[in-house]
Design a protein around this ligand. Structure first.
Ligand code: 5AD
Ligand code: SF4
Length: 368
């Protein structure tokens, strides 16, 4: 009997188990891990993969995360903000192609003009198709008041990656100032949960200084926070960032891809009914990266539907694909690939996280 057979029978995976499964080089164990993740997904999430169209609203950001290509300090980045017509055009594209929902992603800003603009966009997108489109926001840390305003306008899901759950690692990846506080990020995640958002977080995988024990802790962190959705993917260096000089010390691209897929598989086994996205960054490392993520337990596909022309400026990392996700053929080829896995696309469905419904139900019953 292989070590993995013992491990996968357990109710709860320990830190040591997770490290073992992230590191094993045994081919049979690797196959067993992915099959277990797929079986878990089928049992707890069903055969359908959700579709969310990502609209990259603006690459103007007030922060200076040391890994990110659109950090405020990068003078090379050409800045843009989509005008409302372009956003609504993208949302219409989503609607017409049966995408259940859209994600509005943007650099972080706190000025009133920005927060009011998001409120207004959410309201306009809600009106399209009479509320048919679900709306996820990913616009960074905001005050409770702003999160409330956006929720009341119609947003129901929010993505805020913790990036690295270890405090020390977080500190090394961000400038040491109050604008990049680990505690404030944690606080924001708690507020989002309390406001009833389906709350998502995630980490980057294969970061400088990151160990497999850190990754195991990231998984335990997400479980501990009882998160509803996760988007995580490989770290990909960007040449115009302070961390780029560490590129030579990173795991190889193939290793980062493999680690990312294992993280997805392990999280699926640990948190059976959450939504896990196949991240765009995976596609940078492998043209079939997102299909492989689905085969490893992810159940949400997020095509980029930012109007061409601007999409190439949202350059978080080097080689970010400007694949033509808008093209109907891209979706068709994705669909064919997942059909081969016995899965299908959930058209016109918000595909809410089952975990969230359970969490809300429990909270109601316990009065908490
Ligand atoms: N590599 C991979 N992902 C990155 N992000 C930012 N920079 C990079 C990079 N160099 C991710 C962060 C952020 C999201 C918008 O993009 O996790 O939350
Ligand atoms: Fe801004 Fe997000 Fe990039 Fe940090 S990771 S610089 S908050 S866009």
């Amino acid at each position: 009997m292989k070590a993995i057979d013992n491990i996968l029978q357990k109710e709860e995976l320990s830190r040591e188990d997770l490290v073992y499964l992230l590191e094993t080089r045994d081919g049979e164990e690797r196959t067993a891990l992915y099959s277990c993740a797929r079986a878990t997904m089928l049992e707890h999430c069903g055969r359908e993969v959700g579709l969310r169209g990502i609209i990259e609203l603006s690459n103007i950001c007030g922060k200076n995360c040391l890994y990110c290509g659109i950090r405020a300090g990068n003078r090379e980045a050409e800045r843009y903000s989509l005008d409302d017509n372009h956003v609504l055009e993208a949302a219409n594209h989503a609607l017409e192609h049966g995408f259940g929902s859209v994600v509005i992603q943007s650099g972080e800003r706190h000025d009133k003009a920005f927060t009011a603009h998001i409120t207004n966009l959410v309201k306009q997108i809600k009106k399209l198709g009479n509320g048919a489109l679900g709306i996820t926001l990913s616009c960074g840390e905001q005050t409770e008041e702003v999160y409330r305003e956006w929720r009341d306008a119609g947003a129901h899901r929010y993505l805020l990656r913790i990036e690295a759950s270890d405090r020390q690692l977080y500190r090394r990846l961000h400038p040491a100032d109050s604008n990049h506080s680990y505690d404030r990020r944690m606080e924001a995640l708690k507020v989002l949960q309390q406001l009833g958002y389906q709350t998502g977080t995630g980490v980057m995988i294969g970061l400088p200084w990151q160990t497999t024990a850190d990754l195991a802790d990231d998984l335990l962190f997400m479980k501990g926070l009882d998160i509803d959705m996760v988007g995580m993917g490989p770290y990909i260096p960007h040449p115009d960032t302070p961390l780029s000089h560490l590129s030579a010390s990173l795991p190889s691209p193939d290793e980062r891809l493999e680690l990312s897929l294992r993280m997805i598989a392990l999280l699926r086994i640990m948190m059976k009914d959450i939504n896990i996205a196949a991240s765009t960054a995976l596609q940078t490392l492998d043209p079939l990266g997102r299909v492989k993520a689905i085969a490893s337990g992810a159940n949400v596909f997020m095509p980029n539907i930012t109007p061409a022309g601007e999409a190439c400026k949202y350059r978080l990392y080097e080689g970010k694909p400007i694949f033509d996700d808008m093209a109907v053929s891209a979706l068709e080829s994705f669909e064919k690939n997942i059909n081969k896995l016995g899965l299908s696309v959930a058209y016109n469905d918000w595909l809410d996280s089952r975990h969230h419904s359970e969490r809300m139900h429990k909270a109601k019953n316990t009065g908490s």
